[in-house]
Every structure is written in C-alpha cells, then in structure tokens.
Design a protein around this ligand. Structure first.
Ligand code: C5P
Length: 273
C-alpha cells in the first residue's frame, strides 16, 4: 500500500495499545538511515556512506532505494556529526523524486545513538519507521515494501532475513588468543534454525521509541547494532520477512566490488529492456 499520497490526513486512532500491537497502522512511513559510521573495516578513506559506487556515493544509492519504495514518504539521513553539511550538499544534486521529503540530521558516536537522533527528527504523523543501514545501498524496493507492509498490518517489528548458507561453528572467544591462531570448536550449530538479518528493519514508531528509551546507550562506541534486538529484549514479537541477496552490507573492500557488479548488471538489464 502506498502512503505517498496520503498527505497529513490521519484518521483517528482507537486504543493506543492496539496501535502498537494488533491493528493496521494508518499514518506515514518514514525511513531513518544511520550513515554516521566511519566504516573502518573498509580500510582508510572517506566514511563508508560517502564512498563512491560507480561514481555515486553509497549513501545516495541507499536514499534512492528508500525513495523507490511505495511506502516511504519521508527519509531522515543521519550524517557524520563532524560535517552534516557535506551530506546535504551530496544529496542536493542527486535527482531524488520530488514527492519525498529528505531531511539530514547530525549523528552520534554509535549506531544506536545515530538512530535515536534520527527518530527525534520525525514529525508526529509518522507511525511506521524503517531503519536502514546506509551500508546496504542496493536493497530492492519490494523488500522495503514487504517490511513496511508487515508493520502496517500490525506487527510491532518486521525484519528482512535470509537463510544461512554456510555451516556455522561455535567457538569460545578468547581475547588472549593471538589473531589467526587455531581456535578449538565448541559445537556445530544447526543452520536450519538460523537466519541472517538485513535492513530495513521496520517498527511501530512507539515500540522503537520505547526500546531507545529503555535501553539507553551507555556511551560506548558500539551501542546496539540491531534495533530489532532491543525490541525483542522488551518482549515485543519480531517477525522475519524474506530478505534479498542484493541487500547485503558493504563492510569489506570486496563488498564494494560486488556492489559495483550488481549496479552494472542492473544498468545492462535496464538498457536491454
Ligand atoms: O559499522 P556498521 O557497518 O555496523 O554500521 C552500520 C550502519 O550504522 C552504517 O550505515 C553506519 O554508517 C551507521 N552508523 C552510524 N553512526 C555510528 C556508527 C554507525 O550511523 N556512530
């Protein structure tokens, strides 16, 4: 369902508890894109979100991905706090669709803090929030819309996920072990019961706001790296919807190569049509 045309007309709500848990949500859907990370695993250079993919910054691809979704009518970009103006300037010539509002706010020291600052910038008529890593610039629109639809239909939280294809072993992490030293295996995990989660993670706004209120960031550099995990700890049910292989996260240098290959294939397919 699209809410791009719904403007600011919000039908009255019933029991506020129902608005969180059971009934369909009727306000707007906003995407919050935390993009304030340094991305040190990519090696030296610009912050990860600002690196180019076929000449266009990762973040611009991620914003376009959110704008392409039917459900999204507002995008809040959480920028590196030392220079949010650079992000505003980068987005200005990006040719984003005119019907979608894009707002830039400065981020924080951890992803969790950056998400909290993005949430604080949302107008009152937003009742569904999609939190999307800038580092997943190629997520298809139908995956974004599937997440939003699950939350609109009443789920407190919905997350795209993929089956785990590698066999997974459990080890006992020992910080005193030298990097690269052999690690004893403790167990082999049954991968049939495992899923690898992606973003956007979708939430009833009140649920996500509650999670950020209750699990205040302790100020470390890490914070919570997964909003859905914070919501689970509050006892709210989280559902998984099918993810997509192109929604992978750019973390290491090889991921940049893969992302450019995916973009090149999309351009070829569009050209051949
Ligand atoms: O580092 P990692 O890949 O886990 O970061 C996930 C997302 O969180 C990235 O889009 C990154 O820009 C964002 N982030 C942030 N603020 C931070 C740290 C990470 O917005 N302080």
């Amino acid at each position: 369902m699209s809410d791009k045309s719904s403007g600011s007309v919000i039908p009255p709500r019933g029991d506020p508890q129902d608005a969180v848990h059971g009934s369909r949500r009727t306000g707007r859907t906003a995407a919050v894109i935390p993009a304030a990370g340094r991305g040190e695993r990519l090696g030296p250079g610009a912050p990860k979100a600002l690196r180019p993919l076929l000449g266009t910054p990762v973040l611009v691809h991620a914003v376009r991905a959110m704008c392409r979704a039917e459900a999204v009518s507002l995008v809040v970009v959480v920028a590196p706090p030392d220079d949010p103006g650079a992000v505003t300037e980068m987005l200005a010539p990006a040719g984003l669709p005119p019907g979608i509002e894009v707002v830039v706010v400065p981020g924080g020291a951890s992803r969790q803090e950056s998400v909290r600052l993005g949430l604080a910038a949302l107008p009152p008529d937003v009742d569904v929030v999609l939190v999307h890593d800038a580092a997943r610039p190629l997520v298809p629109a139908h995956t974004v819309d599937a997440v939003a639809a699950a939350v609109r239909a009443g789920a407190p939280a919905a997350v795209p996920a993929m089956p785990v294809t590698d066999t997974v072993k459990r080890v006992d992490p020992d910080p005193s072990r030298a990097p690269g030293a052999p690690e004893p295996v403790v167990a082999t995990v049954d991968r049939a019961g495992l899923r690898a989660v992606q973003t956007p993670q979708g939430f009833a706004r009140q649920v996500l706001a509650e999670a950020h209120r209750v699990h205040a960031d302790t100020g470390g550099s890490e914070g919570a790296t997964d909003c859905a995990g914070m919501v689970e700890r509050l006892g709210h049910p989280v559902v998984l919807v099918p993810g997509h292989e192109e929604a992978f996260k750019i973390t290491r240098p090889l991921d940049l190569v893969l992302a450019e290959a995916v973009l090149a294939r999309r351009e070829t397919l569009a050209h051949d049509r």
